[in-house]
Design a protein around this ligand. Sequence first.
Ligand SMILES: O=P(O)(O)O[C@@H]1C[C@H](O)[C@@H](CO)O1
Ligand SMILES: O=c1cc[nH]c(=O)[nH]1
Length: 316
Amino acid sequence: RNMESEPDSTGNRNGLVIPKNHRKLHLLKVDHLYHLALDTEKDDLEKMFGDVRFVCFGGQPSRMEKFSALVARELNIDDHEMDGDRPKNYAAGTDRYSIHKVGPVLSVSHGIGIPSLSVVFNEIIKLVHYAKCKDVEFFRIGTCGGLGLEPGTVVVTEKAVDGEMNPYYKLAVLGKPVQRLAKVDQTLLESLLRCSEPDDDFKTVKGTTFCSDDFYEGQARLDGAFCEYEEEDKMKFLQELRNKGVCNIEMESLGFLAMCHYAGVKGAVACVTLLDRLQQDTLSCDVSMLKRWQVRPQNVVLRHIKKKLHITNGKS
Ligand SMILES: O=P(O)(O)O[C@@H]1C[C@H](O)[C@@H](CO)O1
Ligand SMILES: O=c1cc[nH]c(=O)[nH]1
């Protein structure tokens, strides 16, 4: 694991991902990607993952497993590793996260919220580094609440803000706050927007994403276990957000985009709105609706991937 040369000003070199902490990492005899149950000694990460070009994250393991099956169909790849009749989960040694791989596409679950995302993000950055992946792009493909949008709309994040409307991810390091700007990669954003098609039965829009550390009070819901405000306070707040350009509300975009920018990796976030928060708070588990809608941002990202791979109708 010797370094050949110093990283350039973006932190990376020749399309390879060089973690900001590469010097200390390369002093380790073995690097344990603990929450993925992978390590640099027992696993030949370059052989396993060296051809990865796209890393797609989403909250639920089951959704990300289904996404990898969709990737296989759309990219016409049938030689990926299976575990019985299911795509192999490379993180099966732990039940924290899941990783599936189909050709150049890695499909990773991140759980709920930035703290959960941050752990798997650190380990995936190290994984793509050790695997010597080149020119990787990262995507978060998720769900969200919308503001004044027809439910089922796909929102591509143009700007992400925290629960106080700050455009940076804040982390306490050695007891002191560190701020990392959530800068959106404009080329990836524009490319995803160009992937909407006239025949789509849903709209794809861009906008500001409000990224909360909570699903209930942090998102101005009235249906949590705790709530010390009234309906009119909630509506006033959500209208204020809307007036400031907020289109959707979820829980990871800010950390995801900030960590991509800090790592020098191109990243974008596309989420489908499951409800209009100006109309309702409560989500029911209407599985058929969820199944239909959650595929929408997946398809938008897959169209981008196919364009990058010069694939038409599953053939390159
Ligand atoms: O990617 P998903 O759909 O899991 O993301 C949203 C944001 C939170 O993680 C979660 C809340 O239900 O859904
Ligand atoms: O309203 C919603 C829906 C999905 N995810 C969220 O964080 N909020």
